[in-house]
Design a binder for this molecule. Sequence first.
Ligand SMILES: Cc1cc2nc3c(=O)[nH]c(=O)nc-3n(C[C@H](O)[C@H](O)[C@H](O)COP(=O)(O)O)c2cc1C
Length: 385
Amino acid sequence: MTPESLRRINSVAQMRAKARQILPTAVFDLADGAAEDEWTLRRNESAFDDIQLLPRPLDGAATRDLSVTLFGHTFSMPLMIGPTGLSGLFWPQGEQCAARAAAAAGTGFVLSHGSVCTIEDLAVTGASPRFMQVFIYKDRGFTRELAERAAAAGYDGLVLTIDNQLGGNRERDIKNGFVFPPRMGPVEIGGMAVKPGWLWRMRQELSKIGFGNYVREGEKIDLETMRMIDMLDPGMTWKDVDDLRKVWKGPLILKGVMHPDEGRRAPDHGVDGVIVSNHGGRQLDGAASSIEALPGVVSAIGGKIPVLVDGGIRRGVDAVRALTLGASACLIGRPQLFALAVAGEEGVARVLDIYRSEIDRVMAFCGAKSIAGLGPELLLREPWR
Ligand SMILES: Cc1cc2nc3c(=O)[nH]c(=O)nc-3n(C[C@H](O)[C@H](O)[C@H](O)COP(=O)(O)O)c2cc1C
């Protein structure tokens, strides 16, 4: 993709359409799909339509400051890149590309537990702020090990995802025969040959695609038979959060908080922030949209710790809408994967640039000079009450 054609991609929707042309169906669906009927995914996106802004342009917002300070870092805008497993399947060294693009844009990046590269490989890029995402495993020692490795590799925060304790029933992946970790036999590769550009780009990567962090040094793990999902523990409790809190000294952020009750309890367990998220609709189909869950969690937490949100943020205006409802910042998942597939690091830089200019434009229309100026007074009415 030439720089000129990349510049002509002006929206996340266009980035998705381009990614669809480029990627084999199974890889596109891995990112684009969700659980079962994908109701929650659709609702994540469509619920934003219920939030109407009241522009207030006479407040003299000639220039806008989009920065936010969270977890001891100042981010150039209230939007960062959330954890997505197997980003390295979308572009060679996908995780490193996305982290570098985020750092260059002055924002944050969260490395998935299920990254193709390892915690340490990503750290070598020097991209920062960088956060590491982990789960609670049946082998609690493995959770602790990942946290210790992240600390040793200088990560700025730990994200504990709580909504992935079972595998979501992702029917597109089942239909496409996509398994975790992906099998890359002749049949699978043959099926991908219909997208020669992607296949050529990935030709040296495909044999290495797997979950880098799951292979312990000196240990041989059979990625063909390993089922990562069987390693997770649906029996996790707040005690596990407490135990992790003792091990991890930096900011600890809970991802997948939807219920006000869990939000209310989080600060008492030493958690430094929560992310309201339903995993992009990839886990429980029928879960509320994250933007509709946000106000309940914000009010339960009562300002004790920051509340972030992800799910369905496809425009800068969606990020602004979330901030008016009390979010401190937003994260994106799929848009970053589509951008990676289109143009690697430059693609992610482009998608972040699109969000930044959209957020800035909305703030100007709303007369908001800074993020602090985005509050409920900009809403036509409080939604969903
Ligand atoms: C392909 C893919 C892989 C993901 N892997 C992870 C993961 O490893 N850990 C995690 O906490 N969330 C994961 N997520 C969820 C995202 O972090 C995020 O919650 C979700 O994608 C946000 O919704 P959006 O895609 O609508 O922006 C993944 C999402 C996608 C699309």
